[in-house]
Design a protein around this ligand. Structure first.
Ligand code: SF4
Length: 266
């Protein structure tokens, strides 16, 4: 059966601009011989780009809420209900996080993190399919309700938000769905999402191994293998054991097809 071509994906201009910028930065950094320094430099730029825009939006909705228009973001330090589910990230995000951990954790803290990663892997081993995505497995980076890697957390953690922390607690931590889905401000999550898309897109177009990985499993691999960045850049599928079982969004696959088509036509 012939499925009608849905045509190019349509994003609002702000998100399209962010996707284009992320794609252009990622294109330059992955062209030719790519080094660990170039990949980490790219990630720092993308994380700061996404964070600036997310902070701006958060400020804007906070000001509007103070005037009685809409709801403000309810997330605050110590509120960790969203950190008990599987987090997907690109491999460069994991590699930069692992480098940040090596630079900022002492050996005892790294050993403790590895133990938390092992416990996390054991919990998730019971859920081999996509149902694990919303299983309440605590992120190994979380200690006493605080993210120990906040400065280097993945893009999606930066954009995730809620306007009601009590719903998060009931929905994500206690498994109670009686309050409905978590009330989020989609534009913040979409901002993190399109910046990640730009990077993920270029990795796919360049044929670099791996897709989205599960943070808690991938960080253990990166910490056990100090040469993981070089091996991954050399084409080795170092993170095969951490690949996310959730398929990429159809819109993302559409973007990849369009990009490849565009490049082949040049
Ligand atoms: S990396 Fe930090 S912010 Fe992200 S899920 Fe883990 S503990 Fe939470």
């Amino acid at each position: 059966m012939n499925v009608p071509d849905p045509g190019p994906i349509q994003l609002p201009p702000r998100l399209q601009g962010m996707l284009d910028s992320s794609r252009a930065l990622s294109d330059r950094a992955t062209e030719g011989v790519t080094t660990p320094e170039r990949i980490n430099g790219l990630l720092r730029k993308l994380e700061s780009y996404a964070s600036r825009e997310i902070d701006r939006l958060e400020h804007e909705v906070g000001e509007a809420a103070a005037k009685g228009k809409g709801k403000a973001v309810a997330c605050s330090m110590g509120c960790h209900w969203c950190c008990h589910q599987v987090v997907a990230a690109t491999i460069p995000e994991v590699l930069l996080l692992a480098q940040w951990i090596r630079e900022n954790f002492d050996p005892g803290q790294i050993d403790a993190l590895k133990s938390r990663c092992a416990a996390y892997a054991q919990t998730l081993a019971e859920y081999p399919g996509v149902e694990r995505v919303l299983h309440s497995a605590t992120c190994p980076m979380l200690v006493d309700g605080l993210c120990t890697a906040h400065a280097a957390r993945p893009l999606i953690c930066r954009g995730y938000n809620s306007t009601d922390a009590n719903v998060c607690k009931r929905f994500l931590f206690e498994g109670k769905h009686d309050s409905g889905p978590v009330p989020t401000l989609p534009e913040l999550i979409q901002t993190a999402g399109v910046v990640r898309w730009g990077l993920h897109l270029m990795l796919r177009v360049r044929g670099m191994p791996g897709d989205l990985v599960e943070l808690g499993l991938a960080i253990a691999i990166a910490l056990e293998n100090p040469d993981a960045t070089e091996r991954w850049l050399g084409g080795e599928d170092v993170f095969a054991g951490a690949r996310s079982p959730a398929p990429p969004a159809p819109q993302f696959e559409r973007l990849v097809r369009d990009e490849i088509r565009y490049r082949n036509a040049r």
